[in-house]
Structures are given as C-alpha cells and as structure tokens.
Design a protein. Structure first.
Ligand SMILES: NC(=O)c1ccc[n+]([C@@H]2O[C@H](COP(=O)([O-])OP(=O)(O)OC[C@H]3O[C@@H](n4cnc5c(N)ncnc54)[C@H](O)[C@@H]3O)[C@@H](O)[C@H]2O)c1
Ligand SMILES: O=P(O)(O)OC[C@H](O)CO
Length: 588
C-alpha cells in the first residue's frame, strides 16, 4: 500500500494517493478508535486529515440528532460523553457516503450488526481498499462459524486485518496506557500501516501474524467474562474467578476451540494483549462481567436483554450472543461436552439459574487440570454407545453372522462398531495437541530442574530459557527451585489425570472385545515375561486396579495367571503390551 502525496498521473489526470480513513461505527470503542486514528491522521503525511465516522443515527432526548451533536461539540454525547474526538472527525449518518472515498475502513460496531452493514456496502466499495475489524464476535452461518474479518472479506472482497486487546474504551479515552494486537493474514506492510495509524504513546500496538488467533481471543474472552460475572454475582471470590472455575479454564477452552476451528492458530497469540490480558481486564472491568453479575444477583429472574437496556443505555453486550454462537458451533460438531465452561455459560444465560446450579456448573476436577475434558468425554460417549447396543454372540458379526476377526466391538453390530472406531480415531486426533503440550511442558520442567541442579544433560538453546528465567535462576535459586517443583507437580498431576481418564476409556473399550483365544493368551504371557521391570510394575498396577474395581480381594503380591483373568483384563493387558512395543519401536 503506497502513501505518496496527491499528484498527477502519466495522463495528466489528478489523483489522490493519500489514504482516507472511515470508521464504521460510533459506539464507545468506535468513538475512541476515531480519536486515536484522528490524532495520527493529522501527524502522518500519507493520510488525509479528515476522518469520517459513520454514525447509526439516533435522536437525543432534546430532539437533536446525534450526528449533529457530534459535529457541533466534537463529542459523542451518547456513547463517550466528555471526550473530544478531534476536530478532524466528521460524523456522517449515511453509510454509503461515509465510505465512498475511503481506502482504509475501520469496522467497529457490535457484531450482530455486521452482516447487515456488509450487505448494505456490497458493491459500494471501489478501488484498492484495506479493512481492519475491531469487532469482537462471530457469525454462525449454515456452513459453520464465520469470523467477522472473513465476513468482511467474503462480502466486500477486501483484505481485512483485526485489532483486539485489553482495551476498555473508557480508560483509553482518558489516555490511560494500554496495549493492543493487530492480527494480519499476509502482508506485514499493511499490518504496519494499521499499527502506525493506531499507535500513540498511551496505546501500544503489536502486529501478530495470526489473524484468526487474535480475532478468536477477542471473541471468546467475552464468554469467559460472562462466567466471571456469574461468579462475582454469587460472591464466590477472586480465587474462584481467577483459577479453576473461570479464567484459567476459560483460557484453555479459548485456545482449544481456536485450534479446533483453525489449526494454524499459534499458542503464543494467547500471551499477547488480545489473549490473557484481555481475559483479565474483561473479567474484572468489562460490561459483560458487570451485567452477568447483575443477572446472577437476580437469581436469573431478570433477562440479559432487560439488564443490558437498563445498565448500558444503548451500549451492547457481546458475550451472551457469542456464548449462543459458540454453543451452536459446538453442538453442530458434537463437541459440546469437551467445552464445559462455554456450554454451561450459554445454558445459564438462557435458563433460570439457581445458586446450586451455578455451583454445580463449573467444570469437573478432571478438566480443571487437563483442560477440555477430551478423554472423559470420549469415555462417556464410548460407554453410552456400548450400553445402547444389544450384545450379539461374541463369535458373530452383528450384521453378517460371519465369524469376526475384529478385536474391538466384536459383540456389536458393524454399524455400531464403525461408530466406535470413528469415536476412537477422533479421540486420538483431539488428544494429539494435548499430548504435545504435555510433552513440551515436561521437557521444560526437565530442563529447568537440570539447570537448577546445574547439570543439563540435553542441549539448551537461548530461546528455550528466557532471559527472565535465567535472571531468576541466578538471583534467587531457592525461589527458582520452588517454582520448578510446583510446575513439575502440576505436570505430574495433569499426566496422572490424563492417565486415569485413558484407563477408564480403555476399560470401556475392552468390554466390547471378543474372547481372547488360547494362542493369543500364550502370546500375551510371553510378551509380558519379556517386559523390563518398570513395565512389569505397571502390569501389576493394572491388575490390582482392575481387581479393586471389580471388588475382588488382592494382596500386595501380584501373580499373573492369565487363565484366571477375565476377558476385559486380558485385553487391557494386551493393549498395554502393544503400546509398550509401539513406543519401543518408535524410540529405536
Ligand atoms: N467498549 C469497549 O470497551 C470495547 C473495547 C474493545 C472492543 N469493543 C468491541 O467493539 C465493538 C463495538 O462496540 P462499542 O463498544 O463501540 O459499541 P457500544 O456497545 O458502545 O455501542 C453500541 C453501538 O451500536 C450502535 N447500534 C445500535 N443499533 C444499531 C443497528 N441496528 N445497526 C448498527 N448499529 C447499531 C449504536 O449506535 C452504538 O454505536 C464490539 O464488538 C465490542 O466488543 C468494545
Ligand atoms: O466491556 P466489555 O465486556 O464489552 O469488554 C470491553 C473490551 O472488549 C475489553 O477489552
């Protein structure tokens, strides 16, 4: 994008190569965006001074039009009273007129109006136009979820960056320091232009090459903020809000859902202003939190619509509709149970809520340490699938009546078996990112503990040990050790939880297996004997746990007599031995 001064082209025709900016929206954040951009447009030679702001026209109680008041007083009396926007901001109630000369469009209205706005602008935008969306929210179309930046690109055929962050409008309006993140898809140059247009000494903007990640952070944190409001309304305290029940799990679900929708989303984006910082600021200071708190205080008797109208005077909440959109998306893809916080927020928003229901609503302890409860959810789905099925004789395939060679699901119809396999395949796919994360956390902890003992046995790169960690290690070795221990314990707890869930899932799967043949038992016996000591210990644990679960007495000494074990136990051992063999093969 070029920003040369106005001039004549080769044909002697006058052309304007300075950029013109229009702000599409004039709520509280829209007005602050206009103020930021207007102050920079005056300073930057590549921009026209005038900044247009499209205003959804309203008539004030004194009969004056909002647009006229803004142009007369330079203040948005309805949405940002007391703040001068800059004399170069021109309010315009005519959408088409407001955008017709602009080649840089800033979209900043509540997300529910964006579809209508795009439809009105379709075919009305000409030439090379760049857009940026400050809108936190998404649309759910027949084809699935559609981020607002994609909606703009699809409907108007223009590239669209996003700007999100910990940005409570009223604070930035009075020039309190804040950061924001610009997400871009392709051109870094265009992202830099937006950064330049928005940055001021009190508003620091950073570009990130992850448009979906940035936009999903801004969108999904509003659902987390609604949950934070519920917890505040129920006076459950800041520990609950920050830790297990809300912000921590909220961030995990935000990350998991973002990656599910767009696998290219980067983990590092969640540590930018648009991620963890926006979660914190909105959960403590935002409108979503405030109205959700009032909703909880009313015991769910007053609706969000009523409270929004009463408390926000024309401003709009985004979290309630986003919770519904997220719920629809998850419901459609059969993944509701993997996101207990998101789905519960929607259920509370639409239904009567009692203190008890809300207290029962937070995610189970399973998911509080392992994030979205993938394994627990698959375990339940497998159990449900198998319990629904009328068992057939083990030696027959349900549909063909031919002897079955399948191990898993041998006693169920082939249709159910295919469903079971599909569930297990999906489980593995969903589990991979969690396992990768666990592996990387475990590697970091190993590295840190070796560093604290000054004996790294693996090569250490500078990126892996950040400066502040190195500093802490040198300045306060005792605190460093404590932190390493705490995080190591967390990793071990998470691993333990994952293992327990996986065990339960395997127990369920094993109930569907055909009887093990004599030859297979012999093979299993042989394979167990060849296992090293550590794995034998695990075999003993599996047998002990299984006996305990089925109410059998057990002693400390475990003797393995495969002839006496039940079929479920035999296949559980078979799966374990097979996993050990595969792991060894991979390692060699
Ligand atoms: N306010 C903040 O602190 C803040 C900060 C960052 C991001 N955001 C995001 O910015 C976006 C815009 O929010 P805001 O805070 O500027 O708005 P707002 O909630 O303060 O105001 C609502 C706006 O919607 C307009 N409106 C009402 N009915 C309309 C209609 N039928 N069609 C079009 N417009 C209509 C109103 O005129 C007003 O401008 C949202 O996605 C929000 O999440 C807000
Ligand atoms: O006031 P909220 O809850 O709409 O949140 C405002 C902003 O998104 C905070 O970054």
């Amino acid at each position: 994008m070029s920003h040369a001064k106005s001039g004549e082209d080769a044909n002697g025709e006058c052309h304007d190569s300075k950029s013109r900016v229009t702000i599409v929206g004039s709520g509280s954040w829209g007005s602050v965006a206009a103020k930021l951009v207007a102050s920079n447009a005056l300073k930057l030679p590549s921009f026209h001074d005038e900044v247009r702001m499209w205003v959804f026209e309203e008539v004030l109680p004194n009969g004056e039009k909002l647009t006229d008041v803004i142009n007369k007083t330079n203040e948005n009396a309805n949405y940002l009273p007391g703040i001068k926007l800059g004399r170069n901001v021109v309010a315009d109630p005519d959408l088409e007129n407001a955008v017709k000369e602009a080649n840089m469009l800033v979209f900043v209205t509540p997300h529910q109006f964006m579809d209508g706005i795009c439809k009105k602008l379709k075919g009305k935008i000409k030439g090379e136009v760049e857009a940026i969306s400050l809108v936190k929210g998404m649309e759910v179309k027949k084809e699935g979820p559609c981020m607002i930046s994609s909606l703009i690109t699809k409907e108007l055929g223009i590239n669209c960056c996003v700007l999100m962050g910990a940005n409570i409008a009223n604070e930035i309006a009075v020039e309190k320091f804040s950061e924001a993140t610009v997400g871009y898809r392709e051109s870094r140059e265009i992202a830099d232009t937006w950064v330049q247009l928005f940055s001021t000494p009190y508003f620091m903007v950073t570009p990130v090459h992850d448009v979906e990640g940035v936009e999903l952070c801004g969108t999904l944190k509003n659902v987390v903020a609604i949950a934070a409001g519920f917890v505040d309304g129920l006076e459950m305290g800041n520990n609950t809000k920050a830790s297990a029940a809300i912000m921590r799990i909220g961030l995990r679900e935000m990350k998991a859902l973002s990656k599910l929708l767009f696998p290219s989303v980067k983990g590092s984006t969640f540590f930018e202003s648009c991620g963890v910082a926006d979660v914190i600021t909105t959960c403590f200071g935002g409108r979503n939190r405030r109205v959700a708190e009032a909703f909880a205080q009313s015991g769910g008797k007053r609706s969000f619509d009523e409270l929004e109208a009463e408390m926000l005077e024309g401003q709009k909440l985004q979290g309630v509709s986003t919770a519904r959109e997220v719920y629809e998306t998850l419901n459609h893809s059969g993944k509701l149970e993997m996101f207990p916080l998101f789905s519960t927020v929607h259920q509370i928003c639409i239904g009567p809520m009692t203190k008890r229901a809300a207290e029962e609503a937070p995610p189970s302890t399973d998911s509080s340490t392992t994030g979205p409860n993938f394994l627990g959810c698959y375990r339940d789905q497998v159990a449900e699938l198998l319990s629904q099925e009328e068992r057939l004789p083990h030696h027959e395939d349900g549909d063909t009546k031919k002897p079955s060679t399948e191990i898993i699901g041998a006693g169920i119809s082939s249709l159910k078996r295919e469903k079971l396999k599909a569930l297990l395949r999906q489980c593995v796919t969903d589990l991979i990112p969690g396992v990768d994360e666990m592996q990387s956390r475990a590697r970091s902890m190993l590295l840190m503990s070796q560093l604290s003992n000054k004996k790294p046995s693996i090569s250490v790169t500078n990126e892996e040990v950040e400066d502040d960690i190195q500093l802490l290690m040198k300045s306060d070795p005792r605190l460093f050790k404590e932190i390493v221990k705490k995080h190591t314990d967390d990793v071990l707890t998470s691993l333990n939880n994952m293992q327990q869930q996986a065990e339960k899932l395997l127990d369920n799967v094993a109930t569907s297996c055909r009887p093990m043949s004599r030859d297979e038992k012999r093979d299993l016996q042989r394979s167990i004997k060849e296992l090293p000591g550590g794995n034998l210990k695990r075999i003993a644990e599996i047998i002990k746990d299984h006996h305990a679960a089925s109410g059998k007495a057990f002693s400390d000494e475990v003797t393995v007599n495969l002839e006496e074990e039940d079929n479920v136990m035999l296949w559980r051992l078979h799966f374990y031995v097979a996993a050990v063999k595969s792991a060894r093969k991979l390692a060699s």
